[in-house]
Write a protein that binds this ligand. Structure first.
Ligand SMILES: Cc1cc2nc3c(=O)[nH]c(=O)nc-3n(C[C@H](O)[C@H](O)[C@H](O)COP(=O)(O)OP(=O)(O)OC[C@H]3O[C@@H](n4cnc5c(N)ncnc54)[C@H](O)[C@@H]3O)c2cc1C
Ligand code: SF4
Length: 480
């Protein structure tokens, strides 16, 4: 374990942010890392509990107590090896994971969990700085060919594992760049895109071939993949945005978050966004509908673009400021959280439903809203009802819909493959073998489990790789 009495002697210390007034002037990352000596001290706080709840709280079961101890002892390279044994991309999770591990940490019982995510990020960033991360070229080639459709974290993790097992892996991506939502969902200020490029270079050296601008079901037929490859893995994400079909929805200035966010990342990366399709928050009153991560990313981007005001609306009730640990620990608690983007200057309102959008000359100008009451019915199910007389209006020149995603896009690729869907419209496949209803076609990540998190996508990509390897070779030495 770290230092036996470390948790009693050393206080929790975490990364800080550059001041909001500075960081909103640009689109670069703004987290200020701890010094190496400070990270080692934080590692010393880990108690190496008999039952490490953090290990279970982490969806990829990162072996957290071991690397905490190694960091405390200054054995960074060994810590990197332990970290990489369960996580292909700690530089992604170390930046944008919500860290359910920290909610599960025993020290969270007193609100002072080990700064696990910060330590994870420090280990991997040091690994890259020191040049310790090199391609792992397989000793043997199997001659088997695998196509992976979608280059988000699930596709990338699956591709890296399969390439290291000696298979020839080709990743098809419809966008012009690799990364899925890591690239075009999560803004640059939360994760610099060079971080994806550097991994991509490593994976190319390991034998992975990337085909961008290749839309399966449009430019590339499903049939051609089935004919050319020994296995196909579908990791196309959950891209069907949830809409708000209220009167006035057709007005100009109402957009899905995923129409707005990729444009800004493209600009940052030097792409031209055509004038006629530009969605800009500059000098506008922006209303973001939806209270999750996607909504926060719309807020941070709008503020950087120079919005006149930003308001975020949520239909659910305001969560409690503090959780009841006895009821929630070690699980992820429902409590009020404030993201770095929300901190930068937006207002928030809860229990609000949109009745209609109103405009002038075809352009949205305001929202007609009503307050909601949430109560349980006789069967104990939550129901909502409008509070009579609580109608109000909100000025809006730009409305961003960030209410989540329904399921993967069914038209095109999924229809061509003819894979069976589950009750929620996701591709049906179990987490045992990740096989779809169609021979030699597998599915993982948000396309299989529905909208989720990067860390779950990495887990599914790794597990699907093992399942594919077993299918191709009859056995697999890949970790699950
Ligand atoms: C705005 C936003 C912010 C988020 N922030 C966070 C966060 O901070 N932390 C976190 O953990 N999670 C976050 N998430 C969720 C997280 O990004 C996803 O859960 C994760 O990326 C899913 O990974 P995936 O590989 O399954 O799919 P995706 O990342 O969605 O990748 C799927 C890829 O497949 C491609 N594709 C789809 N169909 C085809 C086809 N037919 N042919 C070729 N290519 C195809 C797509 O273009 C895409 O590149 C966020 C999501 C959004 C939308
Ligand atoms: S991947 Fe997420 S849950 Fe796992 S250790 Fe890292 S921050 Fe914690």
């Amino acid at each position: 374990m770290g230092k036996t009495t470390g948790f009693m002697e050393i206080s929790r210390q975490d990364r800080t942010y550059a001041p909001a007034t500075d960081r909103t002037q640009h689109y670069q990352e703004f987290v200020i890392p701890l010094m190496t000596s400070e990270v080692s001290q934080q590692g010393a706080r880990c108690m190496d509990c008999g039952i490490p709840y953090c290990h279970n709280g982490c969806p990829i079961n990162n072996i957290i107590p071991d690397w905490n101890d190694l960091v405390y002892q200054g054995k960074w390279r060994e810590a990197l090896a332990v970290l990489h044994s369960t996580n292909n991309f700690p530089e992604f999770t170390g930046r944008i994971c919500p860290a359910p591990c920290e909610a599960a940490c025993t020290l969270n019982l007193t609100d002072e969990p080990v700064t696990i995510k910060t330590i994870e990020c420090a280990i991997i960033d040091k690994g890259w700085e020191e040049g310790w991360i090199e391609p792992q070229i397989p000793a043997h080639r199997t001659g088997k060919k695998v196509a992976i459709v979608g280059s988000g974290p699930a596709g990338l993790a699956c591709a890296q594992q399969l390439a290291r097992a000696g298979h020839n892996v080709v990743v098809y991506e419809k966008n012009n760049r690799i990364g899925g939502l890591l690239r075009y969902g999560i803004p640059n200020f939360k994760m610099d895109k060079q971080i994806i490029d550097r991994r991509m270079t490593q994976m190319q050296a390991e034998g992975v071939v990337f085909r961008t601008d290749s839309h399966v079901g449009v430019d590339v037929s499903a049939q051609s993949l089935q004919e050319k490859y020994d296995a196909v893995v579908l990791t196309g994400g959950s891209e069907k945005s949830r809409d708000l079909p209220a009167p006035g929805r057709e007005l100009k200035g109402i957009h899905f978050a995923m129409e707005f966010l990729p444009q800004q990342t493209k600009r940052v990366l030097g792409d031209e966004v055509p004038e006629e399709s530009t969605i800009s928050a500059t000098n506008k009153h922006v209303v973001v509908i939806g209270g999750g991560d996607t909504g926060s990313d719309c807020i941070g981007t709008s503020i950087r673009q120079g919005a006149a005001s930003v308001m975020q609306l949520e239909i659910l009730p305001k969560p409690p400021e503090k959780e009841d640990k006895a009821l929630t620990w070690p699980n992820w608690p429902n409590k009020l959280r404030t993201s770095s983007s929300q901190e930068e200057g937006c207002e928030r309102d809860w229990c609000v439903s949109t009745k209609s959008f109103e405009g002038e000359n075809g352009q949205v100008k305001k929202l007609n809203l009503i307050r909601i009451d949430w109560h349980k019915d006789k069967e104990g199910r939550w129901q909502m009802s409008e509070i009579p007389g609580s109608e109000f209006e909100l000025k809006a020149d730009l409305v961003l819909l960030a209410m989540g995603f329904m399921h993967p896009v069914h038209e095109g690729m999924l229809q061509e493959f003819g894979v069976e869907l589950d009750g929620r419209g996701n591709v049906k496949a179990s987490t045992c073998h990740y096989k779809t209803s169609v021979d030699k076609v597998f599915a993982a990540g948000d396309m299989r489990r529905g909208q989720s998190l990067v860390v779950w996508a990495i887990r599914e990509g790794r597990q699907a790789a093992k399942a594919v390897d077993e299918y191709l070779m009859g056995f697999s030495e890949l970790p699950r």
